[in-house]
Design a protein around this ligand. Sequence first.
Ligand SMILES: [Fe+2]
Length: 381
Amino acid sequence: MKAITLLQPQKIVFGTGCIETFTEDYKKMGLQRLMVLTAPPILPLIEEPLANLKATDVSIEIFQDILAEPTVNDFKKILEVARQFKADSVVGIGGGSVLDVTKLVAAFINSAQQVEDCFGTGFIKAKGLWFACLPTTAGTGSEVSPNAILLDERDHLKKGIVSPFLIADAAYVDPKLTWTVPAKVTADTGMDALTHCIEAYTNKFAHPSVDIYALQGIRLIAANLERAVKNGKDQEAREALAFGSLYGGLCLGPVNTAAVHALSYPLGGEFHIPHGLSNAILLPSVMKFNMPANIKRHAEVAIALGCQPGKNDEETAQRGVDFIYRLAAAVGIPDKLTALGIPQTAVDGMAKAAMQVQRLLKNNPREVTEQDAKDIYNSLY
Ligand SMILES: [Fe+2]
């Protein structure tokens, strides 16, 4: 068995209502200036826990204007707010963008490095402030991953910064924070989490220590996403999805994603399509493309999705792809790029941009050429 390094937050707390554990833990830390990054719909959910902290003389600065796809300049403005406030700790309570910015604020607040010099893997030189992540979607898994994504407005590409220093000191996964997430966001983010698990399990660098997270994440999300989309108040489904998302996040560091994410980034960078939605549309086409490279693993994915075995691995794997098409349709995700307003004339440019995401393409079980990328995009018209 090949060696693998598993890096995770020192503390992972999971459970409905565990935001209270965060405030209790924080009080014991001796920190006094907490920068809270969040978004307006979340504020009513966190008012009480934050009031509880304020009552103990903790100074709190709330920043809530984080856009869905934050750019390098957006990040720098937020970093400046955190510097002015003289934060000694940071917490992100939000979706993937909020959590990614939180991680970067903690890493760069006292650093002389520029964020744009750190695109790629391993360029951040030192650990920054103590920080915690509380996801409110299920989700990006960013609360446990070493990754953060920003949109570089110089070339309209979404770029990843990967570093062990971007792993949260603590992650609190409270499914209660996802109860009010609208159906569309539930669908998009749930498909993102499912993609993390599928891309980890079929990954060129798949590893038994990560396979267990990936398979369990696939089972939980496949069985519960439609339920949560149809009824956001289905607490059992919300809990299962939060768990599935956490498992997907645990796949991100050691194995990470592959061609679905690589081909998805140009849709976000140029056309501002939400990350989960662009992954969801690409997922079945990339699975079909990848199947011949590792048919057995794709058949195992299908079984985890809940499909019955076919007469051979090919048939079983195909049932998995069909399941994804059915699930995506059931949760309201379109199957054509035209539905997102992306003209077919954009395909060549998107394929070129996707080729730059070698950091993820190298993980794909089958080599993806620029022509392959064009073919995959074109199959979605
Ligand atoms: Fe993702």
